[in-house]
Design a protein around this ligand. Structure first.
Ligand SMILES: [Zn+2]
Length: 127
C-alpha cells in the first residue's frame, strides 16, 4: 500500500490495532474491535467482525425506515510506513477489506446477517 506522505509502496498494517466499522456513513460507539494478527486466527477475526455487524444490525433493525446498506467501511488507522514517515492517522483511514478480510468474506457476512435482520445489502467493493 502507498504511504500518503512519501508515496512509496511502504505502508504496512500494524500487527495489532483497532478496526472501525461504518454503515452507510453511520457508526455506533460500539462499532469497533481490536485485532492482533499474530495471536488471533482468521476465524477469530471473522467472528469479531460478525459480532460487530450483528451489534449494528440489531440496533438498525429497530428503525422504521431502513434503507439498504450500500456503503460499508471497515478501516483502521493502525498503519506504519517502513520509511518512518509521520502519518496523520486522524485523517488517514485505510480500509482493511482486501487486507485482513477478503471482499468476498465481508460481502457474504453482511448478506448472511442482513437476511436475519431484514436489512438489504447492496454493498460493492472496488478491487
Ligand atoms: Zn512514507
Amino acid at each position: 500500500m502507498y504511504c500518503p506522505v512519501c508515496f512509496q509502496n511502504t505502508l504496512k498494517i500494524r500487527s495489532n490495532g483497532v478496526v472501525k466499522l461504518v454503515f452507510n456513513g453511520k457508526s455506533r460507539n460500539t462499532s469497533l474491535f481490536t485485532y492482533n494478527l499474530q495471536k488471533e486466527t482468521h476465524e477469530q477475526l471473522l467472528a469479531k467482525l460478525r459480532e460487530k455487524i450483528v451489534d449494528w444490525m440489531s440496533f438498525y433493525s429497530e428503525f422504521a425506515n431502513k434503507t439498504p446498506i450500500k456503503n460499508f467501511e471497515a478501516y483502521s488507522a493502525d498503519f506504519i510506513c517502513t520509511n518512518s514517515c509521520k502519518i496523520d492517522m486522524v485523517s488517514t483511514k485505510v480500509s482493511v477489506v482486501n487486507l485482513i478480510y477478503s471482499a468476498q468474506e465481508v460481502t457474504t457476512l453482511l448478506k448472511e446477517e442482513g437476511r436475519k435482520f431484514n436489512i438489504d445489502i447492496e454493498v460493492r467493493f472496488d478491487n
